[in-house]
Design a protein around this ligand. Structure first.
Ligand code: ADP
Ligand code: MG
Length: 454
């Protein structure tokens, strides 16, 4: 390893964009837009973004596993071509070969790099020791717990002595306690100065994890993935979760994540401005609905009313529900979109209609839900208008799917449609007949069935 200069750029993505072709030649899906990101020596950088924001894609581009559509990656100042041998990756899925022992799995990458047998063995044993798997060298992956499998994942990366270690949600597949334990050990190794790489780039969708591990948290926006800003974690290492500033940082990032249109300046003590109303989308079918069921929204609101009198710290709500950001965010987004709650400064506060919705009868809650939809969800309003313009009050589902397809990749368009149908049905705005794949106004059924035979 060459001597380490502080703040030297080890790996840098410059103006990286990435598109994937959509199926059936329907154009392209822009996944990353103009992403520039530098990892310097001696730092832990965390890339935080919601599922689908392009985190793994960016990591794969920086590791040289796939090329960018536009822009460039530099490794130690040189343009990257092909696989980046200065990095090693730890995957969420462990990615172990089941027919190889722990030691063989760990040696695999060295084998590929032409390292001789004895050196391979020595280095593998050292790496296995470092991750606490001493004694399990000849075990097979199926004999190991999830936590131990991921330890092998780390050993396999460590053994390559990469300049920069990439981790793609390395703790997400583990149960809470195992994840916490392993995360703590990785942090200890880093803080003790015995970590086998100069820098770490960790991808996560977990805010607390990002603040705990990183010196800098880069916040990625979605659709398309792009950098919104960064937050410097100005706490002494190891980051103490009980430190008031830790909570302040988490709250700041929560607010940023729940308000996609806010500018992220990283000025944490100044706090983020109160949420601004989103700009009206061009087409009603371009509005992105968070994928949650109505029951989930009312469940969240009920919990807040019952346990906190209508106002809560989202950080604590997440904690109490044992939810990750990924799970909680869509619910907060939906509550905010429907004006059942205001999410600001890491707090969630129910509005009058939100309280009403959480505490009223099912019949009245349907009315309330319908009112909020008609006011805040142009997509559903447009669907209802279209149905009303039809004499039979009905329309093939494909018609709406095609409109959504213009704004979303097909899979996402289908999810948007499913959410719209779920909400629209609950609000009794329309009905959906799955066997005929048609949407129709509830009145059209009533009208037909109430027709008196003449
Ligand atoms: N090889 C691929 N072909 C087509 N689409 C892809 C491919 N890889 C990723 N995507 C799309 O890119 C988007 C971002 O994916 P990903 O980078 O895995 O996000 P994240 O890791 O943030 O969850 C998703 O919509 C995904 O479907
Ligand atoms: Mg990913």
């Amino acid at each position: 390893m060459k001597p380490m200069l502080a703040n030297e750029s080890l790996i840098a993505a410059q103006h990286v964009s990435k598109s994937f072709p959509l199926p059936e030649g329907k154009g392209e899906h822009l996944v990353l837009r103009e992403v520039s990101l530098t990892v310097r020596s001696g730092e832990v950088v965390s890339l935080l973004g919601r599922s689908g924001s392009g985190k793994s894609t960016l990591l794969r581009i920086m590791a040289g596993l796939i090329p960018p559509s536009q822009g460039q990656v530099f490794s130690n100042g040189k343009p990257l071509r092909g696989a980046n041998h200065d990095v090693a990756m730890v995957f969420q899925s462990f990615a172990l070969l089941p027919w190889l022992t722990v030691q063989e799995n760990v040696e695999l990458g060295l084998d590929a790099r032409g390292v001789h047998r004895e050196e391979r063995r020595q280095r593998a044993l050292k790496a296995i020791d470092l991750v606490g798997l001493d004694g399990f060298e000849s075990a097979y992956p199926k004999e190991l717990s999830g936590g131990m499998k991921q330890r092998v994942g780390f050993a396999r990366a460590f053994v390559l002595q990469p300049q920069v270690l990439f981790m793609d949600e390395p703790f997400s597949a583990l149960d809470v306690l195992t994840a916490e334990n392993l995360r703590g050990e990785i942090d200890d190794l880093w803080n003790a100065g015995t970590f086998p790489s100069q820098s770490i780039l960790i991808v996560t969708h977990n805010i607390e994890e990002a603040v705990f591990l990183a010196d800098r948290v880069i916040i990625l926006g979605s659709n398309p993935g792009r950098i919104r800003g960064e937050v410097v974690i100005d706490l002494p290492r190891s980051h103490d979760r009980a430190h008031p500033h830790f909570k302040e940082l988490v709250d700041y990032i929560y607010t940023a994540m729940t308000n996609p249109e806010l500018k992220v300046t990283g000025a944490v003590s100044a706090k983020l401005p109160v949420s601004t109303p989103p700009v009206a989308p061009v087409s009603p079918y371009a509005q992105h609905l968070p994928h949650v069921r109505v029951g989930g929204i009312s469940g969240l609101l009920e919990l807040i009313v019952e346990s906190t009198q209508g106002e809560a710290d989202v950080y604590q709500v997440a904690d109490r529900l044992r939810l990750t950001v990924d799970d909680l965010l869509p619910l907060l987004e939906a509550a905010d979109l429907l004006n059942f709650a205001e999410v600001t400064q890491g707090d969630i506060k129910l509005t009058a209609s939100g309280r009403d919705f959480a505490t009223t009868t099912i019949l009245r809650s349907k009315d309330l839900f319908r009112q909020q939809i008609l006011e805040h969800v142009p997509m559903l309003v447009s669907m209802v208008q279209t149905l009303r313009e039809k004499r039979n009050g009905s329309m093939r589902a494909d018609f709406f799917l095609d409109l959504l397809d213009e704004h979303f990749p097909h899979e996402e368009a289908e999810r948007q449609f499913a959410t719209a149908v779920d909400w629209g049905r609950y609000a009794e705005l329309f009905e959906y007949d799955a066997s005929e794949d048609r949407i129709y106004l509830p009145e059209s059924v009533t009208a037909v069935s109430s027709e008196e035979p003449s």
